[in-house]
Design a protein around this ligand. Structure first.
Ligand code: HEM
Length: 470
């Protein structure tokens, strides 16, 4: 087993900083590469690593491809990154495969789109409470060199208690890197699935820039482990996908309320919650439907050692098209569902999710019955995930599993939670005996409001990047 260099890895790879309940994401633009380089150099000892771990606060930093170019990275090195990262999230092809069309189109985005200021740098700040976060934020902003690095936007987050806005426990199922240890057999994946410069599930190294030692004048970069005699800018880094996803919480619960009314027209909160759970694949507590098909069972809130093929092949407990069954089909993949080879295929399409909520919480009851204020604040998820290969992980999951109407034998469903729905609404099928049940006309509950692909470098790579203009 490869040992990972924890001191060279940014902390967010190893932990979601769950105890640091307050967070800001700062989007920055580089105006002067030299001043930005000096600033970055000053941050190399401040960045939280996977060795030190967080105390009461943490800071991590990532770059877009445009940001690395502005910092002065050489064209050859820039071209060594994966195509998705080089091209960015907003090419027409990507918008098509990600479902970023119509209302979701990047033209309407708050940030990251073609009509907004290009983002070069992402700074993620975490703290144990809002007061401390504010202090750290002010201190951080005061270090930004005037005329060198500028804050474009600050994305705030909210702590609504380990849940996402529709009211479901989130962050339960996560893969574990072999090199970091501690995971069960279902969840442990090769280190290279998330960290560049390590072998992935194919036994290979994923795309990242390696180049001649002569270009590393200060000798800060690690060697390319594949014996090329070059240095490795990617080693201990990861590709970070960021999507700001607005959640229409009122629309969600109102639609479900309408679909589950009693014959006398009264709301039926129990059936409403059951339908929502069918769409997610877990109950609000987190209990998976495969293990708790009929009612929520908080004892099973963190249950994650389960498959679908032997337990629920036909989807009677957890529908085939439920959000978690689409985004991690576990053992139900061809060519040999239920087997070790099915799990092997599945291990190539995992995500390390690190996102946070934004906007104020709303209970299902409030969502159904409280009037909508004209200034109803936006709420949603700052979806963040890490990948060794964005195309094979995030994009594949979103395109080939979540958004595919023909996923796993279905024929015209989308992911009921995240899917981009057609103007006439989407369909959600619940397999059942003797007849399946179909809910039609699902509106879109989640829409894209911003996003970008970032490179989250290792610490030595940050040091290298900080010295490009000196
Ligand atoms: C606002 C949008 C979203 C909401 C409300 C949402 C909600 C949830 C919930 C409640 C869970 C179950 C808890 C857990 O296992 O951690 C979950 C799991 C998951 N979601 Fe999402 N999600 C959203 C967007 C996405 C997107 C965009 C992707 C990827 C393209 C994604 C991928 C996953 C994955 C991989 C899992 C774990 C499934 C498993 O391993 O069983 N989610 N999500």
């Amino acid at each position: 087993m490869e040992t990972v260099e924890r001191e060279d890895i940014q902390g967010i790879v190893a932990t979601g900083y769950g105890k640091l309940v307050a967070a800001y994401y700062l989007l920055l633009a580089i105006d002067d590469p030299r001043l930005t380089g000096s600033w970055l150099a000053s941050q190399t000892t401040v960045i939280t690593t996977a060795r030190t771990g967080p105390g009461t606060d943490a800071l991590n930093v990532a770059f877009t491809h445009a940001g690395l170019r502005r910092l002065g990275l050489s064209p050859d090195a820039l071209a060594g990154f994966s195509d998705e990262f080089v091209e960015g999230m907003c090419t027409p092809h990507r918008s098509r495969i990600l479902g970023d069309e119509d209302d979701n189109s990047p033209e309407h985005w708050r940030w990251g789109g073609p009509t907004t200021t290009p983002v070069d740098v992402l700074v993620m700040l975490f703290a144990s409470d809002n007061g401390l976060l504010e202090d750290r934020y002010r201190a951080m902003v005061s270090t930004l060199p005037s005329g060198g690095l500028r804050e474009i936007d600050r994305l705030d987050t909210s702590n609504i208690g380990m849940r996402e806005h529709f009211g479901f426990a989130d962050g339960i199922s996560q893969p574990v890197l072999q090199g970091l240890g501690g995971g069960g057999p279902m969840d442990t994946v090769a280190t290279g699935e998330f960290l560049l410069g390590y072998r992935n599930e194919y036994g290979l190294y994923t795309a990242r820039p390696t180049f001649s030692r002569e270009l590393d004048r200060r000798h800060v970069l690690p060697s390319d482990p594949s014996d090329s005699k070059q240095v490795d800018l990617g080693r201990n880094g990861s590709y970070l996908v960021f999507r700001q996803l607005r959640q229409d919480v009122r629309g969600f619960w109102r639609f479900l309320d309408g679909a589950t009314k009693r014959p006398d027209g009264a709301s039926d909160p129990g059936t409403r919650t059951h339908l929502a759970a069918k769409m997610v694949g877990r109950w609000p507590s987190g209990a998976p439907l495969v293990k708790a098909p009929d009612r929520d069972d908080p004892q099973l809130a963190s249950a994650n050692e389960f498959g679908y093929f032997n337990a629920d092949r036909l989807g009677f407990a957890c529908p085939i098209g439920a959000h978690i069954r689409r985004s991690n089909p576990r053992d139900s993949l061809d060519p040999n569902p239920g087997s070790a080879s099915s799990l092997e295929v599945n291990r190539r399409h995992r995500l390390l999710r690190r996102g946070r909520e934004y906007g104020p919480g709303l209970t299902p009851e409030e969502a159904v019955s409280s009037p909508v204020a004209p200034d109803d604040p936006e709420r949603g998820l700052h979806f963040i995930c890490l990948n060794g290969n964005v195309s094979r992980q995030f994009e594949f999951i979103q395109h080939t599993w979540a958004n595919d109407p023909r996923f796993n034998g279905l024929y015209d469903d989308h992911d009921p939670i995240t899917g981009p729905h057609t103007p006439s609404g989407a369909t959600f099928t619940m397999q059942a005996h003797p007849a399946r049940k179909r809910i039609r006309g699902l509106p879109q509950f989640v829409s894209a409001r911003g996003g970008a692909y970032f490179f989250l470098p290792g610490i030595r790579a940050v040091r290298y990047l900080s010295g490009l203009t000196t």
